[in-house]
Design a protein around this ligand. Structure first.
Ligand SMILES: C[S@@+](CC[C@H](N)C(=O)[O-])C[C@H]1O[C@@H](n2cnc3c(N)ncnc32)[C@H](O)[C@@H]1O
Length: 315
């Protein structure tokens, strides 16, 4: 098992994981091909429906085998097979915690039906009573705090809904886009899942690594990772993406790398504009407060430090 750690393995996830006996993953995030005819380098994405369902059962079963007893399993899936994934999970004895809808902007435009602008993310656990869930790491300011300045608002913020807005698909013009993979997921979406369902040092497995987003997000949050991918080209590029990860710190050394990550993640979760937050006393107070909740920090940064960081992020 140790030989897989912090690597993107080139191979078929069913074969690779079939050979592993140890339950090593604290979290599995799987974003399989959706069987809708996407053009991948090695995988053919339009097989007979019954074969796709049988294959889904196979890879979900090997994933469950390597998931630790208190581990979590998130599966991204399209409309066509979301119901099948839920039925298979029930058969495998997994417990559903949330049926999340990732609602994105930049959906594909249609002429004869409404444009699809969502993906399902089904969140399961192996043990329905014992699992990691760090609510503080993903809380966001509530409307009571943001809009109504209501004194009764929970100062720790609220849990995000199970419909996730604020993570646009990674489009052509985005700085984050690698450009060599057809369906790269947004890093911040993965960071929400990893922050909620793992602790520092835990191991995150992605059996369909693609452009390596899960590994990149895990590495930035101080978790170990294992990625598996059939395409040599994608593996090579993802390894390069990981090696290129710039040190997360910026010019302002007040914050360490993990705190810079939190600042970015919080900014994305608040769907905020850094300049706007830095310029609005109320928003800034909420941002500073939420940052302290997320970093679980006794030390509270001064508003000046946060403003400097926000300005840095806005550049
Ligand atoms: C939807 S993409 C994953 C995208 C990824 N979440 C990202 O952000 O880049 C699915 C990937 O699974 C890979 N794949 C298909 N069958 C596989 C298998 N049996 N084992 C491992 N990888 C596979 C495809 O080559 C493709 O890159």
């Amino acid at each position: 098992m140790a030989k897989l750690l912090n690597k993107i393995i080139c191979g078929d996830c069913i074969e690779v994981l079939g050979e592993v006996e140890e339950a090593f993953a604290d979290l599995i995030f799987a974003d399989p091909p959706f069987n809708i005819g996407y053009k991948y380098d090695k995988y053919y994405d339009k097989v007979k429906s019954k074969n796709y369902i049988a294959w889904t059962k196979e890879w979900m079963a090997v994933c469950k085998k390597v998931l630790k007893p208190y581990g979590s399993f998130y599966i991204a899936i399209g409309d066509e097979y979301a119901a099948n994934v839920k039925v298979i999970a029930d058969e495998l004895g997994l417990f559903m915690r949330n049926w999340i809808i990732w609602h994105y902007t930049f959906g594909q435009q249609m002429k004869k039906k409404f444009a699809r602008a969502h993906t399902h993310i089904l969140y399961f656990v192996k043990d329905k009573k014992n699992f990691t869930f760090n609510d503080k790491a993903v809380r966001v300011p509530s409307d009571r705090q943001l809009i109504y300045s209501d004194k009764r608002a929970n100062p720790a913020g609220k849990m995000p809904d199970d419909v996730w807005d604020g993570y646009p698909r990674v489009c052509g013009t985005f700085k984050e886009r690698e450009g060599w993979h057809p369906c790269q997921m947004p890093e911040n979406l993965l960071k929400r899942i990893i922050a909620a369902s793992t602790n520092s040092g835990d191991c995150v497995l992605d059996p369909f690594s693609g452009s390596g987003t899960t590994a990149v997000a895990a590495k930035q949050l101080g978790r170990s990772y294992v990625g598996i991918e059939v395409s040599e080209k994608y593996v090579e590029n993802a390894e390069k993406r990981l090696a290129d990860l710039k040190k997360q710190g910026r010019g302002n050394l007040v914050f360490d790398a993990a705190e810079w990550n939190e600042l970015r993640r919080l900014l994305a979760d608040m769907e905020g504009n850094a300049k706007e937050i830095a310029a609005d006393t109320n928003l800034l107070e909420l941002f500073a407060n939420q940052f302290a909740v997320r970093t679980n920090s006794k030390k509270r940064y001064s508003k000046e430090d946060i403003v400097t960081a926000l300005k840095d992020l806005a550049d």
